[in-house]
Design a protein around this ligand. Structure first.
Ligand SMILES: C[S@@+](CC[C@H](N)C(=O)[O-])C[C@H]1O[C@@H](n2cnc3c(N)ncnc32)[C@H](O)[C@@H]1O
Length: 219
């Protein structure tokens, strides 16, 4: 086996672990989610500011669709992407009118300028971190000029597995940098940061970043 094969095999196993983990823990994860706070709702509102009602929005790692995909679907056509079949089953029931696709977000291939807004909340943390910059560059391409991207980032870097995440009975794997690094990576992917704020919801603290694709058409 070449180093490339070993690396690809390792990624496949990590992906399978994440997929199986969310299939098994979808309900437990959903039960742990806080309702939308005014801070988060304000960020979602910024994400869609100025968009016409028919402007399409993409939710990467949409989970069970609550509370965010449902909030967005009440305002815009929404496409949700997730690795986990169980999460998507819940999302289809929770978000009537949404279009849901089972896929690895790093394998997606949308035409340039397909979406007016993209979001990835608590999800890119399960993608191997060496793939984060290429993924951010692709998100930039999928956005129309001046489109916005909203994401959450952990405050510090970590990569590893927990044998039973939150005691929910299945292993989970994470891979991420710390929030400061994402400011750099988003810049490298040609995004302009509009809002960066640290929010605490229940017992978790995340760095929320709303960025804009400020590149002009043809630029
Ligand atoms: C922590 S949950 C977050 C769900 C939702 N965005 C939220 O904030 O409530 C992470 C979701 O990302 C999905 N996910 C993880 N890795 C993924 C990948 N490579 N491609 C697509 N979805 C992925 C998981 O299946 C899971 O539903």
């Amino acid at each position: 086996m070449t180093t490339d094969h070993i690396e690809r095999d390792r990624h496949r196993r990590q992906l399978a672990l994440v997929e199986a983990g969310y299939d098994r823990m979808a309900e437990s994860y959903l039960a742990s989610k806080p309702p939308l706070t005014p801070d988060v709702e304000a960020l979602l509102q910024h994400l869609i500011d100025g968009l016409s009602p028919d402007a399409p929005v993409l939710d990467l790692g949409c989970g069970a669709g609550l509370p965010v995909a449902r909030w967005l679907a009440e305002r815009h056509p929404i496409t949700g992407v997730d690795l986990s079949a169980r999460q998507l089953e819940l999302a289809r029931a929770n978000v009537p009118g949404g279009v849901f696709i089972q896929a690895d977000m790093t394998e997606l291939d949308f035409p340039a300028g397909s979406f007016s807004g993209v979001l990835a909340l608590h999800s890119i943390i399960h993608v191997p971190r060496e793939e984060h910059l290429p993924l951010l560059r692709r998100i930039h391409d999928w956005l129309r000029p001046n489109g916005r991207f909203l994401a959450t980032w952990p405050l510090s870097a970590w990569e590893g597995t927990e044998a039973s995440w939150s005691g929910w009975g299945a292993p989970m794997w994470w891979s991420h940098f710390g929030a400061d690094m994402y400011e750099e990576l988003l810049g490298q992917a040609r995004f302009t940061i509009e809002i960066a704020e640290t929010l605490q919801t229940q017992d978790e603290t995340w760095r929320w970043m709303l960025v804009r694709n400020a590149v002009r058409e043809g630029g």
